[in-house]
Ligand binder design. Sequence first.
Ligand SMILES: Cc1cc2nc3c(=O)[nH]c(=O)nc-3n(C[C@H](O)[C@H](O)[C@H](O)COP(=O)(O)OP(=O)(O)OC[C@H]3O[C@@H](n4cnc5c(N)ncnc54)[C@H](O)[C@@H]3O)c2cc1C
Length: 408
Amino acid sequence: MSPKTTLLIGGGHTHVVVLREWIKGNKPAGSVTLISEGDYQYYSGMLPGMVSGFYKPEECRIDLAELCAQAVVRFIKARAAALDVDQKIVTLDSGERIEFDQISLDTGSKTRAPKVVDADGNLVNCSSLDTGSAAEGVLPVKPLALSFSVLCDLSQAQTASSVTVVGGGAAGVELALALKHRLKKQGGDQPVNLVVGAELLSDQHQRVETLAAQALKQSGVVVYEGRAVVEAESVGEARGQIISDQGGETEAYREVDNRRHLADLVTLKVGSERITHTWVISASGAAPPDWLSGSGLTLDQGFVAVDQFHRSVSHPEVFAAGDVCARQDVTMARSGVHAVRAARALAHNLTSEEPIAYEPKKHSLYLLSLGAREAIFSFGAVSFRGRWVWRLKDWIDRQFIDKGSCGV
Ligand SMILES: Cc1cc2nc3c(=O)[nH]c(=O)nc-3n(C[C@H](O)[C@H](O)[C@H](O)COP(=O)(O)OP(=O)(O)OC[C@H]3O[C@@H](n4cnc5c(N)ncnc54)[C@H](O)[C@@H]3O)c2cc1C
């Protein structure tokens, strides 16, 4: 195979494992570069455990520069701002343009977040974090570097009457339970709300939903089911009251990799009820990234349309995996499990002219943490709850950080 210029964009779950595969074996001939917006890839599966107080953020992340050095791959810390697949050029946020022969995208998804308005009805939060601008009031769980940073000390909760998680999927449930556990442990008595929308854990087996609903009730999380957020208004009072980690100074926002979270509180209208002066964390599903909209790639509802080889259906020199892609041949959930498992095929396909397919299994193992050191085990129709399930999850998650094994 003739030497090529290979670009990997985004140091997400798939590319981390791709790099680890290349350390063990063949990597593409020619130059290979990883471009990612932060120095670290944070592991989403450990976010709830970090919020509970079981891990420090440093234990939940992978150093991308170090990994690249081991794989003999160049690392550039930058955000990809635009892609032109016909010209084969990526433009970085600095304006620098980089050419490629083949490219692989693993930049994840955005988190859907309620639009927040001020008292005059003007939009104050940025629903698109692609540009790196501020998220006001509502904290989206993605980008992970930002949510790990903000949620590690919960100082923002001190000024709020309550904490509200929006999103009734696995991430929302885990976060609400983790927040409740941590606030209780810290002696805080604020209510934790979970706004579920139509149905709790609608994509999971009925038994998982029952077990999770039981855990939420036992821990005292207030669940708003069958109701969605219809309005979100910034209260703004918390600005400047957040105590920073360094020296007790006040700060109005937290900034990581040029992404900002402003410390505003919000009044939410959920159905016909109001939740006032609440701190909102959004975990309500994957939205497509904006930066690929003018790329020339065939997109499926904003996500990169790929085949079984994780190759773009319109441009064979473009690959995509993880949350940023949409498989055209099968229905595949956006999850860390598939992001990680697709990596072996992708590592091979970027190296060889004879591609191999990633075939998602019918069932995947899901382990849902419940705030304290307890979790739900779920595989197909089998599900149960236990303390040893948490120990299993802890072991699997640490394995991923240390070795990149496909344990999510
Ligand atoms: C709280 C929580 C818990 C979860 N738990 C589980 C679980 O237990 N099991 C499971 O299967 N799934 C879980 N998920 C879902 C899982 O997080 C996602 O499916 C997974 O993160 C997808 O990985 P990814 O590689 O596509 O993207 P990401 O992990 O989001 O990685 C994308 C990377 O690209 C970088 N990036 C983004 N845009 C750019 C750009 N323009 N230029 C350069 N770099 C960029 C980002 O900084 C990041 O490093 C959970 C999600 C959350 C929020």
